[in-house]
Design a protein around this ligand. Structure first.
Ligand SMILES: [Zn+2]
Ligand SMILES: [Zn+2]
Length: 396
């Protein structure tokens, strides 16, 4: 059977996808408050005859059942916005002061709705199901984990997951893929170093928490430069350092907070252990004590090689091989799509949205961030084709 012309199908609904994106852009909602977006998504899917279910609070799960038996493929879009005052000056700018879709999640949601419409038209010939994950709260505490915990990957069981992020680093019309480690894992930490107070003139009678904490901060950077393979990146950022209250007093307590970012589960484990070992070793050497709390945040994104090949082949076939970009370096940023990939294989690709002729090329999370909307139907077509190709190729 010949394949649907996904690019043509997407072009036919280009205005509709742009309209959806602008409606969402005008009404941005912070993580866990995506109630309007949730209603819009539900209504749109239901009109297509796709079953919907609320999940993880403000999330939506859509299930498109194909006409033929087969596997189930998941497609994910995040829906939340950021606490940023929009400064793009566009006619469809955010109506809500201090809240903006500056990470392109409006585009993710609109393009996945577009993909749902395209796929729904071919449901009779689909061997298997497509599950649509409209995820809340990517920017906050994370919405992927609650979607998994609420059974999002079950009934029917999801066999593979795909998703995308828009990026100003790639020109519009191009899609980037990368196999393996693609986004960093993050571990926020809180360390309190307890010394002993004394008169500033008699440091030997106290235990100076500031001097010791400075050694800890320096040693953590030494771990990065001397214990980390230069080709296997890790970042330890100490973002806050608080201690002391008077110039002539030996400080008895310092609190430092920061984030460890690593690529891959092994480097994550080693770096978390090192932060603990180095901090404990230094405070012990100087007779102080430390409370070390290291939190587990996002696990990083590790794209499955076979699924990355499948997505890359689909993209090359759809857009032309010259439009497929091999993303050279992983990002030290974070993305909770990786939580799905801890359970099922998949690939998270990058959709180019840059076009300096139309909109300034600034980074994600910038108050002037905007996209070339020509990217929207392209991403809808990519999602639809990747899902279709997965189901066609999957062994029942
Ligand atoms: Zn973001
Ligand atoms: Zn984002």
């Amino acid at each position: 059977m010949t394949q649907p012309d996904f690019m043509k199908e997407a072009s036919l609904i280009k205005d509709e996808i742009i309209d959806l994106r602008r409606r969402i852009h005008q009404h941005p909602e912070i993580g866990r408050t995506e109630v309007e977006t949730q209603k819009l998504v539900e209504g749109y899917l239901q009109k297509l005859g796709i079953k919907t279910k609320r999940i993880a609070g403000t999330g939506v799960l859509g299930l498109l059942e194909g006409g033929l038996p087969g596997s189930t493929v998941g497609l994910r879009a995040d829906m939340d916005a950021l606490r940023i005052q929009e400064k793009t000056g566009v006619s469809y700018a955010s109506k809500y002061p201090g809240i903006m879709h500056a990470c392109g999640h409006d585009a993710h949601t609109a393009t996945l709705l577009g993909a749902a419409k395209i796929l729904a038209a071919f449901r009779k010939e689909l061997p298997g199901n497509v599950k649509f994950f409209f995820q809340p709260d990517e920017e906050g505490d994370g919405g992927a984990a609650p979607m998994v915990a609420d059974g999002g990957l079950e009934n029917p069981k999801v066999d593979a997951m795909f998703g995308a992020h828009v990026t100003p680093d790639i020109p519009v019309g191009y899609i980037g893929t990368r196999s393996g480690k693609s986004y960093a894992a993050s571990n926020p930490f809180d360390i309190t170093i307890r010394g002993f107070g004394s008169h500033g003139a008699r440091p030997h009678k106290g235990i100076d928490a500031i001097a010791i904490a400075c050694q800890v901060v320096g040693a953590l950077q030494l771990y990065i430069s001397r214990e980390t393979d230069p080709l296997d990146s890790a970042v330890i950022t100490v973002g806050t350092f608080h201690g002391g209250f008077q110039r002539n007093v030996i400080c008895d307590e310092v609190t430092i907070t920061g984030i460890i970012r690593t690529l891959g589960p092994e480097k994550r484990k080693n770096t978390v252990e090192a932060v603990r070992r180095i901090t404990e070793g230094i405070v012990q050497a100087f007779g102080a004590k430390a409370d070390i709390v290291i939190h587990e945040s996002y696990p990083g994104v590790v794209n499955d090689p076979a699924m990355t090949k499948l997505a890359s082949d689909s993209i090359a076939e759809l857009l032309g091989a010259d439009k497929l970009v091999a993303v050279e370096n992983p990002s030290m940023g974070t993305e909770d799509f990786g939580i799905f990939l801890e359970h099922v294989p998949g690939c998270f690709y990058q959709a180019g949205v840059a076009n300096p002729a139309k909109t300034p090329t600034v980074s994600l999370h910038n108050s002037q961030f905007n996209i070339d909307e020509d990217a929207l139907p392209i991403l809808s077509a990519v999602h639809a084709k990747v899902a279709y190709d997965y189901l066609r190729g999957a062994k029942p």
